[in-house]
Ligand binder design. Sequence first.
Ligand code: SF4
Ligand code: FE
Length: 481
Amino acid sequence: MPLKTPEEYLESIKRPVNLYLFGEKVKEFWNHPIIKPSINTVMKIYELAQMEEYKDIMTTKSHLTGEIINRFTHIHQSTEDLVKKVKMQRLLGQYTVCCFQRCVGFDTANALYSITYEMDKKNNTNYHKRFIKYWTEVQIQDLMVDGAMTDTKGDRSKRPKDQPDPDAYLHIVNENDDGLIVRGAKVHQTGFLNSHRAIIMPTLSLRLGEEEYAVSFGIDTNEKGITLVYGRQSCDTRKIEDGKLDIGNFKYGGQEIFVIFDDVFIPKENIFMKGEVEFSGELVNRFAGFHRQSYGGCKVGVGDVLIGATALISEYNGTEKASHIRDKLVEMTHLNETLYSCGIACSSLGFQREAGNYEMDMLLANVCKQNVTRFPYEIGRLAEDIAGGMICTMPSEADLKSEEIGPLIEKYLTTCEGICAEDRYKVLRFIENLTMGVASVSYKTESMHGAGSPQAQRIMISRQANLAEKKKLVKRILEID
Ligand code: SF4
Ligand code: FE
């Protein structure tokens, strides 16, 4: 059965990469205290897939090989698959309370599966077969794959070919019978370092004359010519201090990488789009649609834990019976479940593409993500309200543990009878971590910009709002011709 154990996964990513962090090259990144939590997070995916309890949600049967595979490598075969995807993401959010990184390649594969089919049908190319071969290897080896879309984009007022620096958008710089040479950079690359492979896509809808930018391909993440720079996250150096209390969520974390492609060779068999500008926009939309659906699962799981932490701190503070506290917890739950409803709804209303795979409802997926750009901020605001100012004024763990001052801090941090001051400290730090520390990257900024910033969803919503049809509804009831 092609399911890697977490340990096998860990061993498989121990490879040389050209990685920088704090201006220095990192060797054996898997041992780096700032990076390690992001690896623990991915290991959790592999771990849950081994558990009988989660078999139905974490694994499925491949339509390509007939084997049982990790759901993160699946091509959706029904709306039930789409619903299970969102449930799986909520589950992982609950376990890790951060971005678990493996959805990007998953969503890319599901978008490319139908796009390559449609390109071939129109242009008589052979991308679909090629992609199936590539993805079958991913399923058999249970590989973690990233999806890379966002270019650095240079001057936003200019098209790719008018940029002062032509590398502002990743592009083909050379071509021969064996393949392509590409140059450029992809930013905000979730889990790139922890992935075995990545699939690169264009970042926007391209026009005639912009063929060199319409390129999609698969690549090993440690390919020659690729340089990685580790993205900083708020309060990340707390992970290199002694102790773990000040970190908050000390076990798990997300990972964002700045990826530079310096004349990287792409062999022919790994190319899934080359110059088909007319399909670039649809590839962007489909990938974004799948990823906007994903957020109706992953952020909800994180929200569950934040709501739990908020309820717990109100218990520790002795405020849990106050009616306004109870009402705020209801509001947090309402917001969180609204996001989930959107994730489930866009999945349930999914449809079959000509290639045979299933895709979520595009309008509802965009409504889902638009809500995700707002509700986690409100949930976080209410968590901060209930937790109190202590989340950002509390002394350090070193002070709490100090023989000199520690007992006094503990005395004054103690609240209700039977509540241990250190437990209260842990929960307060955890809320700090999620609302303004390392994990706020996953819970807030990623909610805002991941899978496209809010305006990108509004454009998609406006395209599908179908106002003409809605006007007809009024005319019908009012008998207006
Ligand atoms: Fe998955 Fe959510 Fe992270 Fe995207 S932000 S990779 S959907 S966990
Ligand atoms: Fe994301």
